[in-house]
Design a protein around this ligand. Structure first.
Ligand SMILES: [Ca+2]
Length: 372
């Protein structure tokens, strides 16, 4: 299955780029992911980047991937990187409140890694769930840690509620989610074409209650929302360039994913989302913006309509009756209110982001002998 990688895996590639010649010590990062398509390249970025020490990967079943598949796919993907052995965990299967979910076909694509194979490993998740793993990893560090969130904010909100004393250990929460001036991305023809919500972004929409808890906290948040990601559209020309520069198993994986999603790229609707947030972790200049207070709309209604997935248990993980919310407004991020100000990313450097993904995925540590 992985023969096509063998030619590359034996190559002694060790590439050092001038951009990485920094005297700064590695940034310690915990990556919280929902294992959608864009999360895969983001994970390869944080696992491969020479200026990042990846401490662990956490997920849950709230976003695109389901827990069972995530717990196989995360170590499989990590095996393609230079951080193959970091701990990983899953969390709750459902949002903190509400009944909203990603479309089933997207979840299937997430669970199957778009049909692109990764190595089979014998690695198992930690016995801790994601919330407790975040706490443990932070507790083990003397230095501050960056949290990178590329899915719903469920795990982060639950960690804030359970371990508020951990907050000083976090230097930044860089999150992909939300949007302010940009249109929302809930309405997708062929999947959710008649959805009434024109403003929300998916990561916030699937668990807006969790997102509101995070924005109400005093965490130093950097919001990589649709206003920023819309500036970095993946084009067929970029996919062609990426293919021409593949040198490692990680890059070869991502090239196959781009091949499988050529229809998506040709639709002019495929952007750097999670991967842009991953790049902001080590290249803060990719997020130019301003400080603002943010809150999240979540208006209760008496009953659900067709957008509510009533297969979700009607009692939350905390044992409270689950509420229905207005799908037309759920998850809309608004500027204003009294929450502590967060950094809203407004401008980025698309070419720098495009170049960085190619460079980082093509770094292969010569000491990392992969068995694929
Ligand atoms: Ca994601």
């Amino acid at each position: 299955m992985f023969q096509r990688f063998s030619r590359l895996s034996n190559a002694s590639l060790f590439v050092v780029f001038s951009i990485f010649c920094s005297t700064a010590s590695a940034e310690k990062v915990i990556y919280d992911t929902d294992m959608g398509i864009d999360d895969w390249s983001a994970m390869l970025v944080v696992a491969n980047h020479p200026e990042i020490e990846l401490l662990g990967v956490t997920s849950n079943g709230v976003g695109e991937g389901h827990c069972a598949e995530n717990m196989v796919n995360i170590p499989g993907l990590l095996a393609l990187s230079n951080s193959a052995d970091v701990p990983f965990a899953c969390g709750d299967h459902f949002p903190m409140d509400g009944y909203f979910v990603f479309p089933a076909p997207w979840r299937k694509q997430a669970d199957t890694l778009s049909g692109v194979p990764v190595p089979t490993t014998d690695r198992v998740p930690t016995e801790l769930n994601s919330v407790d793993l975040i706490h443990q990893l932070l507790s083990e560090q003397d230095e501050q840690v960056v949290l990178l969130s590329a899915g719903s904010l469920t795990n982060i909100a639950q960690w804030l509620q359970k371990y508020p004393e951990d907050m000083p250990k976090v230097s930044r929460l860089v999150m992909m989610g939300g949007g302010f001036d940009a249109p929302g991305n809930i309405i997708v023809p062929g999947f959710t074409g008649d959805h009434p919500n024109k403003k929300a972004e998916w990561n916030i929409y699937v668990d807006a209650v969790a997102a509101d808890i995070v924005f109400a906290s005093s965490l130093p948040v950097e919001v990589v929302g649709l206003d920023l990601t819309n500036q970095v559209m993946v084009t067929p020309e970029y996919a062609k360039r990426f293919k021409s520069e593949v040198k490692t198993p990680a890059a070869e994986f991502w090239d196959k994913v781009l091949d499988d999603n050529d229809w998506f790229i040709e639709s002019n609707e495929y952007y750097f989302w999670d991967v842009l947030a991953a790049l902001v972790v080590v290249e803060p200049e990719l997020c130019q913006g301003e400080m603002q207070s943010v809150w999240v709309e979540h208006n209760k209604v008496s009953s659900g309509d067709k957008w509510a997935d009533t297969s979700i248990p009607n009692v939350t993980e905390e044992g409270i009756a689950r509420s229905h919310y207005d799908p037309a407004t759920f998850g809309i991020t608004r500027i204003g209110g009294d929450n502590p100000a967060v950094k809203i990313c407004r401008h980025t450097q698309p070419q720098r982001a495009f170049d960085a993904l190619i460079e980082i995925l093509n770094i292969q540590d010569s000491s990392n002998n992969k068995t694929i």
